[in-house]
Design a binder for this molecule. Structure first.
Ligand SMILES: Cc1cc2nc3c(=O)[nH]c(=O)nc-3n(C[C@H](O)[C@H](O)[C@H](O)COP(=O)(O)OP(=O)(O)OC[C@H]3O[C@@H](n4cnc5c(N)ncnc54)[C@H](O)[C@@H]3O)c2cc1C
Length: 396
């Protein structure tokens, strides 16, 4: 039997957005999303497997992303939260590492400045950050403080003259091998509260070493950071970061971005698996003609659409004033769990070709593991939700 007698790219349901959620955007937002999608299809997706294989971030891409002018889509540019979410999912669909680079620079870093810096600090720093002339990182996690970093921050900040001295170590800090700035969260030895500092990475006492041998998000450069008697003026203390509650104001928003990544990962897995199933022939017929394969594709679709639907509602809540911690936590836990199932089904549909990055799926499959664990693991987000529905904290 020859190739299928239909155009597999032009079926009404060739896309994982089965309920057409994208139609909820206004025309201006839809056009903008389509422009960025086109750009990603040309500039990112064809190169993404190569970048991932070599495990180095393509810094030459940064000025080209800057030309898109998309940093801070809601707060600065006035787009809806649904647009911001679908945009982030679209970046992820093209490549989860590039989306994570944006998630760190735009969400975690820019979000910290927008949320925790004084108006004077914002006026000085934000223009270059929005224009991506200065790239940032977010340093919270430590070698010995992961899920419990809220109460277990070991990096210290000590007053010295009119400034501060920072000492300690951070782990997993995305972009920090090449970023200009990194927001460092450190415990003030005077009052034991976690405070935030805008650290220039060229200062003496700052050292970032790239974490090698990763099996997920290989294009993102994560660093181990050591801070050794790093001296910083009080001007660089984020005036709105006075306890971990303040840090959490940033994480509440970025946790939703990671849930959007889980949507983008599933859209990508569905794209690749559906196309492969209609093109690949076995037993003289396309894989897609086998009932078991159709069932797997439909399971992938159901997971994707349910994740997307949940995120669309959360975007509405965010537009109406903000989602609560536990609402973000359930979204992160649920969508990443569905994502893990979806990418595993997709990997299986590609058979042996599902374990080589040449067919994209192996990269999508591997990247899912990082998305499942960062910005609050599945377990921690489950426990945050469990506390909200029982009134009992199962973790401290
Ligand atoms: C690719 C990548 C990028 C990252 N980027 C950044 C970044 O830019 N900046 C930053 O600050 N951090 C970053 N992180 C760190 C990330 O947020 C942490 O990995 C995450 O918070 C989990 O911490 P941990 O890895 O130390 O795991 P641990 O906290 O050691 O957890 C290990 C396991 O134990 C479980 N566990 C822990 N406590 C409990 C409990 N009470 N009950 C039940 N189970 C529990 C966890 O769910 C997990 O399964 C990144 C991580 C990765 C992998």
């Amino acid at each position: 039997m020859g190739a299928p007698a239909f155009d597999a790219d032009n079926l009404p349901y060739a896309d994982g957005d089965f309920y057409f959620f994208e139609q909820m955007l206004d025309p201006k937002e839809r056009n903008r999303l389509h422009e960025v999608r086109e750009w990603l299809a040309q500039e990112v997706r064809p190169h993404a497997a190569h970048w991932w294989n070599v495990g180095a971030f393509p810094t030459e891409l940064i000025p080209r992303i800057a030309e898109l002018d998309i940093v801070s889509p809601v707060k600065r540019l006035g787009y809806s939260n649904l647009f911001a979410g679908l945009l982030h999912a679209e970046f992820t669909r093209a490549d989860t590492s590039i989306a994570t680079f944006m998630g760190v620079h735009d969400g975690l870093f820019t979000g910290s400045i927008e949320t925790l810096a004084s108006p004077e600090q914002q006026a000085e720093w934000l223009p270059d950050i929005y224009a991506m002339k200065k790239i940032g990182a977010f340093g919270l996690t430590e070698p010995l403080g992961g899920s419990d970093v809220a109460g277990g921050t070991r990096t210290t900040a000590e007053r010295s003259g009119d400034g501060w001295v920072l000492n300690g170590a951070k782990r997993w800090i995305g972009n920090a091998t090449f970023s200009d700035w990194v927001v460092i969260f450190a415990r003030d030895v005077a009052d034991n509260q976690v405070k935030g500092f805008m650290v220039d990475t060229s200062l003496p006492g700052y050292k970032a070493t790239k974490i090698e041998n990763k099996t997920a998000l290989r294009t993102v450069e994560n660093a181990d950071i050591v801070l050794e008697n790093l001296q910083i003026s009080d001007y660089y203390r984020l005036t709105g970061a006075n306890s971990f509650k303040d840090t959490n104001k940033v994480l509440r928003i970025t946790r939703l971005s990671v849930a959007w990544q889980a949507v983008g990962q599933q859209l990508a897995a569905f794209d690749v698996a559906r196309r492969y199933a209609v093109e690949r022939q076995q037993f003289g017929r396309p894989l897609a003609s086998f009932q078991l394969i159709q069932q797997q594709l439909v399971e992938m679709l159901g997971n994707t659409v349910s994740s997307l639907g949940m995120m669309v509602r959360l975007a509405q809540l965010a537009d109406d004033g903000g989602a609560r911690d536990e609402q973000s936590a359930l979204a992160k836990a649920f969508t990443t769990a569905r994502m893990r199932e979806t990418v595993a089904l997709g990997r299986s549909i590609l058979g042996g070709n599902g374990i080589v990055t040449d067919y994209e799926m192996a990269k999508i499959f591997a990247d899912a593991e990082a998305v499942y664990s960062y910005e609050g693991t599945y377990e921690i987000n489950t426990l945050v939700t469990g506390r909200a529905i029982t009134g009992i904290a199962a973790f401290v």
